[in-house]
Design a protein around this ligand. Structure first.
Ligand code: ATP
Length: 140
């Protein structure tokens, strides 16, 4: 059976996760409060819906608790990111990945049960620096 993913927040990060998962043949439910963003993803993912990640009843009615993996990609609104993560943890979702804005945000997310916390800009900076160094080592 295909794995089911839900992505909450369709900015650059959440959007590229949606595209990549869909290209890999996964079932993806894309959620955002912004109707225009949702419309942009309607032809890319399995389902795209306008909903608020902090609205427990909305997530319940979408069946989010049954998804294999939920990615919280809400950016600037740290409060919404934390509340959404808390709801998912209370649902008992088995894999919750969350994008953090800063170290304090990361600390809170870990405390409330996020399984993986990512900082895309920081993580990519580290990866690129490692690539540059290993390339230079090979060049000598
Ligand atoms: P990126 O760097 O990935 O582009 P960002 O860090 O700039 O994102 P935002 O643009 O603030 O982040 O948020 C990402 C998306 O999350 C936006 O499309 C926004 O509409 C959506 N979003 C914000 N709050 C909620 C919420 N409560 N529920 C669902 N989606 C939300």
């Amino acid at each position: 059976m295909k794995k089911q993913f839900a992505v909450i927040g369709l900015g650059r990060f959440g959007g590229s996760i949606c595209k990549s998962l869909s290209e890999q043949g996964m079932e993806v439910l894309a959620i955002d409060t912004d109707e225009e963003k949702v419309n942009n993803f309607s032809t890319i993912v399995t389902h795209a819906v306008v909903a608020d990640g902090t609205d427990e009843n909305a997530l319940k009615s979408l069946g989010v608790r049954n998804f294999d993996h939920v990615i919280v990609a809400i950016g600037d609104n740290i409060q919404a990111s934390i509340l959404t993560t808390l709801i998912l943890e209370e649902f008992g979702v088995s894999h919750i990945t969350v994008k953090a804005q800063n170290d304090y945000h990361e600390k809170v997310l870990n405390k409330i049960g996020a399984h993986k916390v990512v900082h895309p800009e920081r993580d990519m900076g580290i990866r690129i620096a490692h690539n540059i160094v290993s390339k230079n080592v090979l060049d000598y």
